[in-house]
Ligand binder design. Structure first.
Ligand code: FES
Ligand code: FES
Length: 210
């Protein structure tokens, strides 16, 4: 009997406690919603970007990615949307000289940045040495991944030149060299469904040798 009384008391207490916690939760949600409403970021924001040497001031939805900004606002469709999830590298561009998956980066994070896309590297009449090497070594088939591969390849050689190590860099070898393994490791975020990898490395080797 005593056990039952304790059980009843506990049950009443538990129900009262639950009702109180529901009230607290509702209060917490309401106040969170109120504070969220008062601190919501503006839906649109101005951002200044220099793209391929040209300054742009754009009024953008704060959720717009750098890739969509380049393709839809600036009509620079060389950078490709493959996975849109940071997994294929088709959208690779250079921001202040470093490669970035532009599908993963919000445009408003790049206030004042300098962006270089494949269109800024060279033109059909005046190819960048890496573009020329890709043509020479047949470093593509369908070409969909190629703008991202070329931007990534240019930035990769610059990383090696600056001595920035990768996972496969042998620290004790002294000067960093653009070895086959070093280039493959660094380019591993750029997927080529056509499998042009060995020709891409040949093109990069050609440019690295100068
Ligand atoms: Fe950006 Fe695939 S589209 S990584
Ligand atoms: Fe076709 Fe790379 S050339 S995906």
């Amino acid at each position: 009997m005593q056990d039952k009384g304790i059980f009843n008391l506990s049950r009443r207490g538990m129900l009262a406690g639950s009702a109180a916690s529901v009230a607290v939760s509702q209060g917490t949600i309401a106040s969170a919603q109120a504070s969220q409403a008062s601190s919501s970021p503006p839906a649109r924001m101005a951002v200044n970007l220099t793209v391929n040497g040209k300054p742009h001031r754009l009024e953008l939805d704060t959720r717009m990615t750098l890739l969509d900004t380049l393709r839809e606002h600036l009509q620079l469709t060389g950078s490709k949307k493959g996975c849109d999830h940071g997994q294929c590298g088709a959208c690779t561009v250079m921001v202040n000289g470093e490669r970035v998956n532009s599908c993963l980066s919000l445009a408003v994070m790049h206030e004042g940045d300098e962006v270089t896309t494949i269109e800024g590297l060279g033109s059909p009449d005046d190819l960048h040495p890496m573009q020329a090497a890709f043509v020479k070594h047949d470093g593509y088939q369908c070409g969909y991944c190629t703008p991202g591969q070329i931007c990534s390849a240019v930035a990769t050689l610059e990383e090696i030149r600056k001595g920035i190590p990768s996972h496969v860099t042998e620290i004790l070898t002294g000067r960093m060299r653009p070895t086959n393994m070093e280039m493959r490791e660094r380019m591993s975020g750029n997927i080529c469904r056509c499998g042009a990898y060995s020709n891409i490395v040949d093109a990069m080797t050609d440019v690295a040798r100068g």
